[in-house]
Design a binder for this molecule. Structure first.
Ligand code: SAM
Length: 289
């Protein structure tokens, strides 16, 4: 259930985040429809700019999306010494594609998104993110990421799963069998990175997903970024590498500050990469010990 009342949108999801909700003051409901897969809303908010909401859950806002998009892209890309071919699953707003194409070693980006309406509406109302689709390196396929993965073997260096939350069409992308499919779709030494919730409310779920990753990848870890419009103000990523010698916490490729600025990265840096893997003690204990 989501509510726009007295000019405020509230993200009320009792199953996912019981007893709490984040609210944004809305200037205008710019667009609203039910696609084949989900309820889609585009809101113009007073302080977070344009906002994409799917099935009542905030996906991205213009004000803070760069933190999420940069981190889900550059954490795995910089863990890989030569990320030439990348697959993005989900990511219908285009923000992850916009970031991935910035990496100087990336030659090809394939993206599979289930809902063409999210892509079309993002092109119309969220052009600062959807510009990612305009880059010549990006080839977009409309389809289910889980099914797509079954037909691709030994092909990608990095797979980024920028999915919605584990309800609706994205449920399969959080299952352990998805990690097995991704493993098969990767080239040797490949890396995966998926959005993975917040430790304040989803710790059991994070552990389950991380264990799914651990069972198929030589190295796995949980990393964090800060996103004020997500529940509890931050979100994590489950990252796995097929390379048993990989040290995920230390980037394989380190950009200088000048390079970071030239790439127009506002959140990611080598220090932020290292710090993203530092977890509160109780989380570290629960996930790793
Ligand atoms: N940054 C966002 C977040 O974590 O809240 C995710 C943004 S992106 C809009 C999520 C996309 O995943 C949506 O456009 C949705 O249609 C897509 N998606 C959900 N399930 C999918 C599936 N099985 N295969 C491909 N795309 C999927």
């Amino acid at each position: 259930m989501d509510v726009i009342r007295n000019g405020w949108f509230s993200e009320i999801q009792e199953d996912l985040w019981p007893g709490q909700s984040f609210s944004l003051k809305v200037k205008k409901v710019v667009h609203e429809e039910k696609s084949k897969y989900q309820d889609i809303k585009i809101l113009e908010t007073e302080t977070f700019g344009m906002c994409l909401v799917l099935d009542g859950i905030i996906q991205c806002t213009q004000r803070d999306e760069f933190s999420y998009q940069e981190m889900i892209s550059f954490l795995p890309l910089c863990c890989h010494p030569n990320p030439r071919k990348v697959l993005i699953v989900g990511g219908g707003d285009g923000g992850v594609a916009r970031e991935v194409v910035k990496h100087p070693l990336v030659e090809e980006v394939h993206q599979v998104e289930i809902d063409d309406r999210v892509v079309e509406l993002s092109k119309k109302y969220l052009p600062s993110m959807a510009c990612g689709f305009e880059n010549k390196k990006v080839k977009l396929t409309i389809g289910d990421g889980f099914e797509y993965m079954k037909n691709h073997k030994n092909e990608f260096d990095v797979i980024i799963t920028d999915s919605s939350d584990p309800v609706g069409p994205a449920v399969s992308l959080f299952q352990e069998s998805y990690y097995e499919l991704m493993k098969n779709a990767l080239r040797p030494g490949g890396i995966v990175c998926s959005q993975g919730g917040t430790y304040w409310t989803d710790l059991e779920y994070i552990k389950k997903t991380l264990n799914g990753c651990k069972n198929h990848f030589a190295k796995s870890a949980f990393a964090l970024t800060s996103v004020p419009s997500y529940p509890c103000g931050h979100i994590g990523f489950v990252i796995g590498s097929l390379d048993e010698n990989a040290n995920l916490k230390e980037p394989a490729i380190k950009f200088t500050t000048g390079e970071i600025d030239n790439l127009n990265l506002r959140y990611y840096s080598t220090d932020v990469h290292r710090g993203a893997f530092a977890l509160p003690r109780y989380v570290e204990k629960f996930l790793y010990e």
